[in-house]
Write a protein that binds this ligand. Structure first.
Ligand SMILES: [Zn+2]
Length: 293
């Protein structure tokens, strides 16, 4: 597919919305040159150009995980991703999972499934990262290297967090989620927000936001289009902000993030109010979609 065609909707002549260094891997990995970001006026999506044609091997081995997190260490991943996954779990709300057959597309170390396990009838992780199999099975989940073996109309709930932006064909990915869902079954999908306020508030954040392993950057409009194209109904797209006020202040001060460090300055009320403000305005760090088959 040529870079002159939108990879999501097929419209001609997407604009170049950014050209310059982008993030190579994890937070301290530095940047790479030679890429630009193309943006489609028709559907709103942005995508990486040149587009990496074969990413499967990258995710199948440990390379992706080592590039982003160093040597694979589940305890470290718990510490880093635990708080984010707790937020996703809170959004899904545990009761949605009671007695359900739940599949996590892009399950990684299975942190969400660990939380779902006490409620769900069955917890299944789908991921290319075969090296998590043993860990997931030890925690009582089924691990699948791909979703082909899941029967059509067999799953009550699909969750997929911070994964859609990595897959080469998002429509095929969403169609596969829809295939395995029972009629009326729900999918909960979270991913970075193209309209993240920090891009305009601290422009030096932009080469960090754009990322070699993120092939697509969805806006609310682009995500709505993708779910509609994949055949979903009742599409609700909101925002989730994953980071705290101190993260923004450190970015503004140092032009470099340090995650969600917390501080003694802002209390819980202030943090919640600030996050709520970003989420209401649609300018938070992540999009969060709830859809139905
Ligand atoms: Zn498009």
């Amino acid at each position: 597919m040529s870079a002159n065609t939108c990879r999501l909707c097929g419209a001609k002549e997407p604009n170049t919305t950014y050209s310059g260094p982008i993030r190579a891997g994890g937070a301290d990995s530095g940047t790479v040159d030679g890429f630009s970001i193309r943006g489609c006026a028709a559907c709103g999506v942005e995508f990486l150009d040149p587009f990496p044609e074969d990413t499967e091997a990258y995710y199948t081995g440990k390379e992706y995980w080592e590039d982003h997190h160093g040597p694979v260490n589940v305890a470290k991943l718990y510490a880093k991703h635990g708080p984010e996954q707790r937020r996703w779990f809170y959004e899904v709300s545990g009761e949605m999972l009671r007695n359900q057959r739940v599949v996590d597309f892009g399950c990684g170390a299975g942190i969400f499934l660990d939380m779902a396990k006490g409620l769900a009838a069955e917890t299944i992780g789908v991921d290319l990262a075969e090296h998590f199999r043993e860990h997931l099975e030890a925690n009582g989940h089924k691990f699948l290297r791909g979703s082909d073996s899941l029967a059509e109309n067999s799953v009550d709930v699909v969750v997929s967090f911070d994964t859609l932006e990595h897959v080469p064909d998002p429509l095929a990915f969403l169609q596969e989620i829809r295939r395995v869902l029972k009629p009326g079954g729900r999918a909960f999908v979270g991913l970075p927000n193209q309209d993240d306020f920090l891009k305009t508030f601290v422009p030096d954040y932009i080469p960090f936001f754009y990322h070699l392993s993120h092939l697509y950057y969805f806006s609310t409009r682009a995500l709505q289009f993708a779910f509609e194209q994949a055949g979903f109904a009742d599409i609700h797209i909101g925002n989730v902000h994953k980071y705290d006020i101190t993260n923004m202040l450190v970015w503004a001060r140092d032009r470099k993030g340090i995650g969600t460090p917390g501080s003694d300055v802002f209390d819980r009320y202030t943090e919640d109010t600030w996050r709520g403000n970003l989420e209401r305005q649609g300018i938070a760090s992540h999009l969060y979609a709830v859809v139905r088959k």
